[in-house]
Design a binder for this molecule. Sequence first.
Ligand code: DGJ
Length: 740
Amino acid sequence: MKSLSRTLCAALFFILIPLIAGAQPPVRFLESKKVFVLAGGGVSYVFGINEQGMLQHIHWGKQVWRDDDFNAPHSSPDWDVFDLTTTTTPQEYPGWGAGLYVEPSLKATFADGNRDLVLHYASHKIDGNALTVTLKDIERALFVHLHYTIWPETGILRRYATIENRTNAPVVLESAQSGAWYLPQGEGYRLRYLAGRWGGEFQLNEEPVHTGLKVLESRRGSTGHSMNPWFALDRDGNADDEHGSVWFGELGWSGSWRISVEQTPHQQVRVTGGYNSFDFGYSLSPGETLVTPPFYAGYSDEGIGGASRILHRFQRSEILPNGSGAKTRPVLYNSWEATFFDVNEPGQIALAEKAASLGVERFVIDDGWFGRRDDDHDGLGDWNVNPKKFPNGLGPLIRRVKELGMDFGVWVEPEMVNPKSDLYQKHPDWAMHFEGRPRTESRNQLILNLARDDVREYVFHWLDDLVTKNDIAFLKWDYNRNVTEPGWPEVPPARQKNLWVLFTKNVYDIMDRLRQKHPGLEIESCSGGGGRVDMGILPRVQQIWTSDNTEALDRLTIQQGFTYAYTPHVMMDWVTDVPGFNGRSVPLRFRFLTAMQGSLGIGTNLNRWSAEDFVLGKQMLAYYKSIRETVQNGLLYRLASPMKGSFTANQYVSPDKMQSVLFAFLHSQQFRRTLPPLLLHGLDEKAVYSVTQVDGKLDTKAPATPMKFSGAYLMNHGIELDLVGDYDGVSLKLERISEQ
Ligand code: DGJ
């Protein structure tokens, strides 16, 4: 019944309303030309069926309102005897066969050893804003269903493929991608991507695209810290933060992934993404299907700033659990850096009481509460409450936390096992391994083979039990190592490599079932910090642990990189103790202001705080609560980059332009240089805004408090900030008070 009414609503939205309003539906098939047009959010994506039956790309970029402008596609000619039409034609989903030398979307070996795959159009179906085009090999019953969706508000496109084996023998897929994106033909593109390592995630890299192939990837079995599955390309390398054309995309996969950015000798830039083809070999039995990861992409003509604002909006409204209006993130306290493994009932209660006095809304106990977990050598796998640390279970702590007006969360690392644990002693075969080979430990732990149904069920049941028996609102779901020895000796050799895909699909399955059974439960994705952030995990979690590096200065760079690809709504940051990651001691105020630029948490040892620290902390939390809607759900403008100098500034504007929040940080002053006026963005030119400062007094040079300025003044003349010395920071709250 529910799904029927949903279908009717969708039909009303995508078919009837456009018809009544005289507008065109978001997906159209121009029958006479055999051309598909997907349009919305100021973007058109156009491709067609050429005379050979190939699916040929035509246009992706700013919207072309006149469908008649697009002609039936004709395959590109052989360039010479070395570059045949298969290679020169921009195919939406090329199989490897018949002279394809660019990156294939699908490569297969049939049971008889045949490895030629030529995919041609078979049929299609349009359903509102979704289109499915089915391709088939020219001779064999291997089908590929290409799924396209366009979101009319943002112009974001999603593509993925379902590969279906209708032959009567197994087929091994050696590369299974979600599709190829084509940029307007030409040279001079610049690629941006996010790379890093543990403690230094999300660093923005920029480089020119030259002829050849650049691979962004993880071979680690998870998304990884070293690269994130996001890219952005701009034309002529001249698009600054707020201007120019940018094409961008990100993959929804938390296992090994790959995005290749390729410029052909014929000046065609193409981006292919999906499962990492390294060590890939997915065996499809007759009748089986494999679904590739969703690959999302979009276009902005407002520079990289516009591109990230489109992504943020899309993630909040379409990707995050609860969809539109994803719940406001609470301020949390996490005890990890205060107590590490040394957790116990009185100690955690003492911290909870102090956290509550600051205005914290959620108390989270981190690692160390279970099994024989006194350090990282034991405990993983034995998810019973440690009786020495919590003789009465977690109940008394949870009750106290709730009395204090907070809800309760707990740390788990479900995919892991310590060899010393009881679980491993009982089921050594449950860990990934190759028979007779050493099992490489990392942080003294191994990875459970969740590709196995019995292991998946075991993990689901203990998690379900934990959440059912305790009043738990939140899980911090951690994952602290990468895959080694991805063996699965219990299944026939031909199917062992299916582990790469099934492991991650089963992690998703556990999360999905758990959330379905416990609808109020919230999850944070953590993998030693930001090692598992992607569009595959985002629909399943409410927030992300951005990095284990909580040092404020480093965080400015990490957070800047993060927001190119992901909304600040999910970006969790804690205020922690000093000295931090680099041995630097940044003032508490600067630490708070840094952490407030996404979802705020506190991770300090509150037992060591002075009375003044508590006064400042309360003030900061109250201020954060007055601006968090704008920070978490507003439009972000990056005004000054921490990577380009000693000054960082970010501005957030609420969608209705009623509130804006500015954060500005001077890392280190030299030569007593003063800052030039800072030009704000996104305000209403005609409105007047009152400007107040985070802790009540104004640091700006103008005398009156609160000050009042027009949007036009703030955006065209700018606001002066009086920041001095090292680690000086300020936040200004702008509130619209009148039209003139
Ligand atoms: C790694 C996480 O990133 C930390 O925040 C903490 O939860 C530890 N694991 C606990 O082992």
